[in-house]
Design a protein around this ligand. Structure first.
Ligand code: ADP
Ligand code: GLC
Length: 505
């Protein structure tokens, strides 16, 4: 089974969020179960810098307004990601100051529709046999950046009259849709009739997410709860009708934790290793972090943390509201994040007001994220919505009990600590209403449990022993690929990771 993953970022080379973690971990997990995976990426400088042995496979001649751009398709390897890759080398599109999607002032690049149309178009070319030595059986696109891949695939199949490989489109975040002015549609080289309600049009705009959802042969998203939620008016971002109409072709597959990156027993970024059985090193991590941040050095003081993009999605204004109460109850708080300028300023001000109890680091720092989660007793993820969420799972693995809102993947991964669950399933703290009072209530429950060290230890140990491996997600994706492309080479069945609960079995 040849699988072409199409995405815009990949850990550890280029990451703006959890999408990169998924793109970095999934290929190896699929390969472990017999699939041959290659990744197609835009040639951002960070990707090209990590690309080895890149040889030119083809000069690309994309249609429409992309035609003028100098673009080559390179094939080689991304050793840091352990995967073979195709990279689109188009400096005019991808070599820019700023991030992959927006400039240094967070302004989206005005030609994003072309930059990511080229990604989707190239995926369709590969599906059509551009690399005679490696033709995918399935094209698996991630998020709006890859949304046009299924549309170009369909267009190419219609045009050449032959069957092309099927596609799977995975939604990581329905709120980011890649919506552009309708005038840009004519620049893409897609058939004119694709700009329709049954196509890439959405409320008069060109919409890449809609294109993926409409043209892909199957759709998945990153947790079972989010798969249900996006079919509702409240969380469907306007696309719930389309998602409901495809409900039988939509599945929620929970992301995993890459144990090669997130494992406190073997994490080179930590001052001391530790595990569920021997947690002594965690205390050293905490003391080292308190020193690093200038927090009061107190082993028994519960330390709460946040590691997050600072956006509305993450519900962090609730944390700001709850912060005075948290400190008044004797706890400490540390945040690592960047994004919204107002949130950045508000958290900075909170740290300045209580430097012994609150520390805030604005920025993006992978190593510090590991140290902070390892040092913390609780990690807070009070999101308004959360397709899957990875930091709560990293918290579980690192013995930082997740305190989360009951939504999306958070609801699927954290079991609330209540009296009746303490001895059986509890792994963290879950609250429901999206209010600071509800968050404060969960904080109070966390602090009450923390005052009972034996119970705390039991819950922490249970959390650390949870297994959120990529193996089960990989076997579910493979089952989906198998449905989409039943005649491609079978992968070796793995009785240990076979998914027993697929809705159609
Ligand atoms: P999202 O993709 O919505 O941002 P996830 O929880 O799925 O949320 O993934 C976030 C990823 O980004 C995690 O790997 C987390 O550790 C990382 N991360 C978020 N903010 C930062 C930051 N400021 N510095 C380092 N890593 C961060
Ligand atoms: C998105 C979501 C997050 C998810 C990640 C990886 O960024 O916001 O919940 O974990 O994608 O799938």
């Amino acid at each position: 089974m040849h699988v072409l993953q199409v995405c815009a970022e990949i850990f550890p080379l280029l990451k703006t969020g959890g999408l990169a973690d998924v793109a970095g971990a999934l290929p190896a997990a699929l390969a472990a179960q017999g699939a041959e995976v290659r990744v197609l990426l835009p040639g951002f400088p960070a990707i090209l810098a990590g690309f080895e042995g890149g040889t030119e496979l083809a000069r690309l001649a994309p249609p429409g307004a992309m035609a003028g751009v100098e673009a080559r398709l390179l094939v080689g390897r991304l050793p840091a990601c352990g995967v073979e890759a195709y990279v689109i080398d188009a400096p005019a599109f991808y070599t820019r100051d700023g991030g992959p999607y927006a400039d240094a002032h967070q302004q989206p690049y005005p030609d994003n529709h072309l930059r990511f149309a080229l990604l989707g178009w190239t995926a369709a070319r590969l599906a059509g046999g551009l690399d005679a030595g490696w033709v995918p059986d399935v094209v698996h696109g991630h998020d709006w950046h890859a949304g046009l891949a299924p549309a170009y695939l369909r267009a190419e199949a219609e045009q050449c009259g032959k069957a092309l490989p099927p596609s799977l489109f995975t939604v990581h975040n329905l709120a980011y849709q890649g919506a552009f002015d309708a005038a840009h549609f004519g620049e893409l080289g897609l058939p004119a009739h694709y700009f329709a309600m049954h196509g890439v049009e959405f409320h008069g705009h060109l919409n890449f997410m809609k294109a993926g959802l409409y043209y892909a042969d199957r759709i998945s998203t990153v947790s079972p709860s989010y798969a249900r939620e996006i079919q509702s008016h409240e969380q469907g971002c306007g696309l719930d009708g389309l998602l409901r109409s495809r409900a039988h072709e939509l599945e929620g597959i929970l992301n995993g934790v890459d144990a090669a990156v997130w494992n406190p027993a073997a994490d080179p970024l930590l001052p001391a290793p530790y595990s569920a059985d021997d947690q002594a090193g965690k205390a050293r991590c905490k003391s080292a972090l308190q020193r690093e941040l200038g927090l009061k050095r107190a082993a028994g003081t519960p330390l709460f943390c946040v590691v997050s993009r600072l956006t509305e999605q993450k519900g962090l204004h609730l944390v700001l509201d709850a912060l005075p109460g948290l400190i008044a109850q004797g706890a400490q708080f540390a945040l690592l994040g960047s994004g919204d300028a107002g949130l950045e300023a508000a958290f900075r001000a909170a740290a300045e007001a209580s430097p012994a109890a609150v520390a805030v680091r604005i920025g993006y720092d992978e190593a510090f994220a590991h140290r902070l989660i390892a040092a913390s007793d609780v990690i807070m993820v009070p999101s308004h919505y959360e397709p899957c969420g990875l930091t709560q799972m990293y918290g579980l693995a690192y013995g930082a009990l997740p305190l989360v809102r009951r939504v999306g993947g958070l609801a699927d991964t954290v079991a609330d600590a209540r009296l009746e669950t303490l001895d059986s399933s509890a792994t963290g703290f879950v609250f429901e209403p999206f209010t600071s009072e509800a968050l404060a209530g969960a904080i109070a429950r966390a602090l009450a449990l923390h005052r009972r060290p034996a119970d705390w230890k039991q819950v922490r140990q249970r959390g650390m022993r949870q297994h959120f491996g990529w193996d089960s997600a990989a076997s579910r994706y493979l089952a989906l690929y198998g449905i989409l492309a039943p005649h491609s080479a079978p992968y070796p069945p793995n009785p240990l990771t076979a998914a027993p609960d697929l809705p159609w079995t």
